[in-house]
Ligand binder design. Sequence first.
Ligand code: MG
Length: 412
Amino acid sequence: MTGTRRSFLAYSFALPSLARAIQQTASPYRRPKLKITDVRTAQVMGHGLQLHVRIYTDQGIYGHGEGTDAVQGGTGLVRMFRRFLVGQDPLNVEALWERIRTAGIFAGAQGGQYVAALSAVEIALWDLAGKALGVPVYQLLGGKVRDRVRLYCDSANHHPDDPQARPKLKEIEAMGFTAVKIDIDEAQDPGRWDRVNWTASNAEIDRMVKEVAFVRETLSPRVDLAVDMHGRYDATTAKRVAREMERFRLLWLEEPVPAENVPVMRDIRESTTTPICAGENLFLRHGFRELLEQRAVDIVMPDLQKCGGLLEGRKIADMAHTYYTPFAPHCVVSPIGTMASCHVCAAVPNFLVLEWHWISRLELWRNFVREGDIIDKGFVTLPDRAGIGVEMNEEAARKVQVKDTPWFEPGL
Ligand code: MG
């Protein structure tokens, strides 16, 4: 009895002191402060143009981020951002982001290339912070509410007359995907009467309905289907198509008109039971505020490698959550950026599904990071490694390097 009591007392005293000792030796805050020493870039042509950014420190670790779409001038912008980064503590991500963002308010920091380049920098800072603190990025974004992230496969196989279309759709389903997206805007449609104006004729709308019906019938009913119009059409067409789509019970109809005129998007949403999704070309929280306030969409789809980065993505998701609106990020980047997006998708309650756009570039996808294919049966399981949790396989990535651009060389 006495022995048991003594060992119990020893145990209860030992445990807190042991925990304290571990905390004291392991806490990264007891190490010397990290300092940013350099910022370098590389550009690749994956699915479109991607800007890769590496942020180096005085203690040998670096963070890697990726921006996309609006990054044509990204290398020059990141070179300009260096003066806000070098010499700073990379763990103060929000402060560095805010400093760069507000420094550019007269230089276009409200959107476009400035914010896309900043997104790549921000993602590199999170990778670095995770590595420095020894935790996955999702842990720094509030922790995870799910262990794996559901993807949808963007597919170009929707032409009923293409003999390859049906087997390819079946292949996507066999890979484990539980959602598919197709595009129904068609510049070459013979039913178009004008090269510039996108008011759809009856023949065009019939073609769209036929394609969606074909894909819907080919996929099993448990696979969700989303349909994209790339913001090309006018409001009249948008309403007509959204009404025609009602019978297919789509996951969503994406940007039937551009997203910048919020009252028009609201008119379309109010005219139909088809869920409307928009936002891949909107930037920062400000781009989404009115869209949500006016209840103009059913689903928001920011691109985290473009709209401001991971924390900005989390803030947009949280803003959407106050309107009970799901969050389904647009994503066209490599496994590095995709995994970065997955950390946000794992951390927010209202996540719906994440885009995956590399079905036609499978070999590059599977080799782009040293960890291999990050997708398993249509889902990405969050790694417990520090930072984003994947590292570029430079040999594979350099095969798609943009000609005559720097490859993480200093000073460029
Ligand atoms: Mg789209």
